[in-house]
Design a protein. Structure first.
Length: 230
């Protein structure tokens, strides 16, 4: 999708949201204001910004399509046709973000536009996601979840119970501090269970170990638990 098309889609979604979901309209206006004066060539040269915009456009279209359905029964049927992770995102986390005052939103938009957003564990997360799919699990990944909700991946396994996961190679010195910030973020967003995965890239098969822990705890971690696994 070209930069002009992205801007046009965003404006169209703002118009649609004004009639269906004013809270989404407010969020989209804020995003539109953020990119409004960026020249098309400059915008397309910022791949992270473009990727984020495409995610927001996709999620907003899905959300508005659901909200446009004429009855609660039809909306329920739409959710039932989704995967467990999609249902958790569109039925819970995305509408929660739409309606919340996201205090981190201003900060990470600024960093993203300045090219200061650095996904240090991006390759590791990608390998974990690939292995989850290889083992017939499912994952969901969104910039909003990552940057506002301290969630690199949402993972589900046999029991279709989505689990929010953060993956880090943080040093021993800062581990406790980062874990506490992560737990605080999940509780702020009323995410009822989560998994904080720390890895040592020097270990053999550490990807397999992380995936084992993620899939097992997706099925078995109790509500109200925020597990710290190193």
């Amino acid at each position: 999708m070209q930069a002009k098309e992205i801007k046009d889609k965003l404006n169209l979604l703002i118009e649609q949201a004004s009639e269906i979901d004013p809270s989404l309209m407010t969020k989209l206006i804020e995003i539109n204001r953020w990119i409004k004066h960026i020249k098309l060539g400059s915008l397309i040269s910022k791949p992270i910004v473009v990727a984020f915009l495409l995610e927001v456009i996709t999620d907003s279209r899905v959300w508005l399509a659901i909200r446009s359905l004429p009855s609660a029964a039809e909306q329920k049927l739409q959710f039932e046709q989704m995967t467990a992770n999609e249902r958790y995102w569109y039925g819970y986390l995305f509408p929660k973000w739409i309606n919340a005052a996201d205090t981190k939103f201003y900060i990470w938009k600024k960093k993203m536009m300045a090219g200061e957003f650095n996904q240090t564990d991006s390759d590791i997360i990608k390998y974990i996601a690939q292995d989850i799919v290889h083992r017939e699990g499912d994952f969901w990944r969104r910039y909003i979840a990552d940057l506002s909700m301290a969630t690199d991946l949402i993972v589900s396994n046999h029991q279709n119970k989505p689990l929010c996961i953060q993956i880090t190679s943080v040093s021993e010195e800062f581990h406790a501090q980062k874990y506490q910030k992560w737990q605080n973020a999940l509780q702020l967003w009323e995410i009822e269970r989560g998994l904080f995965l720390s890895y040592n890239p020097q270990e053999n098969d550490f990807i397999q170990q992380l995936v084992n822990v993620a899939l097992y705890n997706s099925d078995h971690l109790a509500p109200g638990k925020y597990m710290n696994f190193s």
